[in-house]
Design a protein around this ligand. Sequence first.
Ligand code: HEM
Length: 416
Amino acid sequence: MTDATLDVSDFDHHSTAFAARPLEIAAELRTNGLTRSAAHGGFYTLGRYEDVRRAALDSKALISRRDFDDPLALGAQIPPSQSAGLPFLPVEVDAPDHTAYRRAMAPWFSPKAAEDREARLRHWTTICLDEVVESGRIDMVTDLTGPVAFLFFCEMLGLPVEEWRRWHEPIHTMATSAPRSPATVQALKDENENAEVMKAMVRARRVEPRDDLVSHLAHATRPDGTPFTDVEVGAMARLVLAGAVDSVGSLVAQSLGYLEQHRDAGARLVEDPELMRSAVEEFLRYFSPGTTIGRTVGRETEIHGQRLVPGDRVSLNVLAANRDPEAFDRPDEVVLDRSPNRHVAFGAGIHKCVGLQYARLEARVFLEQILTRLPDFTLLHDEAVPVTTIGLFSGYWSLPATFTPGARLQDERRPG
Ligand code: HEM
C-alpha cells in the first residue's frame, strides 16, 4: 500500500499502514464493499455496517470452527489463532456444540452475575489505584486496567490471584504483537504451559469443587447430560482471560484520550451514572477496541456479486462498520448520549461477546474511579507505547499519566 493513494487491494489489518491511518482505510473499505487481499493466504474484507452485521448473524454461511487438521476450518481470526494446538472455546466452534458451551457459561455472565461481582471489581480497582495514588504517576495500562482485569478474572475463575501475571503476559503479547513474531512465538510456548496448569486445576476442581467458575464449568453438562472434558473446560476458562486481557484496557485508554480533551464531559459522567452507561456504549462504537472478526465460508454464498466458496476467508471490519455514515448519524463524533446505538463492537449473532456485561461494568468503574481519584490526570503522550498491530485490538502497551498525588483508601497491597 502506498502513501499517495489509498489502494486497499493489498489491505492487511495487521499492517503498519492500517495502524497509522485506520479511519481513512476503513472509509475505503466501506466504499469498496468487498475488498480482496492477498495477505495471510488470501481473504476478503467487509467494511459496511449492514454487511458486517449480516455476516456475523449468518453463522451457517460464515463459520467460526477451528480444526487444526482441517484446512477449511480456520477459526475466528485471520491469520488463524495459534492457541496451544487447540481451538478457543466457544469462539472457534459452531452450533450445536457452541450452544452447549454458551449455556454452560451463561449463569456466570448474566447482568445479575456481573452486578453481584461489582464489589470485587471495585475492591481490586481500589487496591491498584492505592499502589500509585501517593506517587502522582500511573501507567493506565500496566498499573491499572491490566492488573485489575486479571486479579478480578483470576479470582472469578478460581486461579491464585498472586499468579495473575503468568496468565496475563502471554495473552497480552499474542493479542498485540505481529503474528509469528519472536515475541508471539515465546508467548505461545508460555500459553502451552498455562494450558497444562489449567488442565490440572480442572481435574482438582472435579474432585473438590469451590465457588468459582472453573468448578462450575467442570460440573456443567451438555444437553445430553455428559460433562465437558478437562480440555474443553480449560479452553473456556482461558478464553475468558483472553477476552479480558486487552479489550477493556484498550477501550479505557482510548476513552481517556477523549476525556483529557473534554474535561467538562468527564465531570458530567461522574455526576450522571446513566450518561456514563451510554458514554461507554459510545466509546465502544467510536474506538471499536476489537477491530476485526474472522470467518471461513462454510457454504457457497454471494456477497456484492462475488461468489465465495467453502474455505474462503472473510474478515469483518468492526471499526469500519462502527463508523459507517449509513448506520450512524455524525459517525466521527463522540455523542455521549447517542441513542439508539446499535454498534457491533461486541459482534452480533451467536458469538456476540459473552463477557459484555463485565466489559461494560469494568469500563464504567475504571472511568469513574480515574475521574474521581485522579481528576486532573495528564496523559504523557510522548511516553505512550501504542500496540504494534491493531489487527485484533487497538490500544496501548503503556499509557503513563501524571496527576496531583492523593491518599490511599486502605492498606492492602496488590498481590503479585
Ligand atoms: C471492550 C471489551 C470487549 C470487546 C470489544 C469484545 C469484543 C468481542 C467480540 C467482537 C466478540 C465476537 C467474536 C466473534 O464473533 O468471532 C467477542 C466474543 C467473546 N468475548 Fe469479548 N469483548 C470484550 C470484552 C470481553 C471480556 C471482558 C470477556 C471475558 C469476561 C470477553 C470474552 C469473550 C468470549 C468468551 C467471547 C466468545 C463468545 C462466543 O464465541 O460465543 N470479552 N468479544
